[in-house]
Each structure stands twice: as C-alpha cells, then as structure tokens.
Design a binder for this molecule. Structure first.
Ligand SMILES: [Zn+2]
Length: 80
C-alpha cells in the first residue's frame, strides 16, 4: 500500500536487489548495490530504472585516451 514510497526504489539489474533511495534520485546518480556491490547508474526517475555503471566508466577512459593522443602528435609536429 506504499505506492508513493516505491518511487524511490529501483532494482539492481545484476542481482535483483531492491535499491532504496532516501531522497528522490536524479538521472545519472551513481548508487552502490548493498548486496552485490555493483555500481549502478540511475537511467530514469519515475519509475526508477537502474543499469550497471561499470560499462560507462570504461567508455570514459577510452575517450580520454583518444582525445590526448592527437593533441600530443600536434605538439611534436610543431617542435619539428
Ligand atoms: Zn546487486
């Protein structure tokens, strides 16, 4: 009968555990599943939809690498 409270609960996509938020979550918020310790990212707020955040972190690292390498190449060319 607690329909209002269910807005603050998402399901861990990894183990199915209920992840409760003390306040209304925001999109992009990172939560840690207390059961399997997975990093979860909030995709939607109402209802709360969670996904594993580890994939997004790997993509970010790749972006930083491909962004820095052409920069350092340009610097080398200028020095020559
Ligand atoms: Zn979990």
């Amino acid at each position: 009968m607690n329909m209002a409270q269910s807005k603050n609960i998402g399901l861990c996509p990894d183990c199915g555990e209920e992840v409760r938020f003390k306040k209304l979550p925001y999109v992009g918020q990172i939560m840690t599943c207390r059961r399997c310790s997975a990093q979860l990212e909030v995709m939607r707020k109402a209802p709360v939809v969670l996904r594993l955040a580890e994939d997004a972190w790997e993509e970010e690292e790749e972006d930083i690498d491909s962004y820095e390498s052409p920069r350092s190449n340009q610097r080398n060319k200028r020095d020559w």
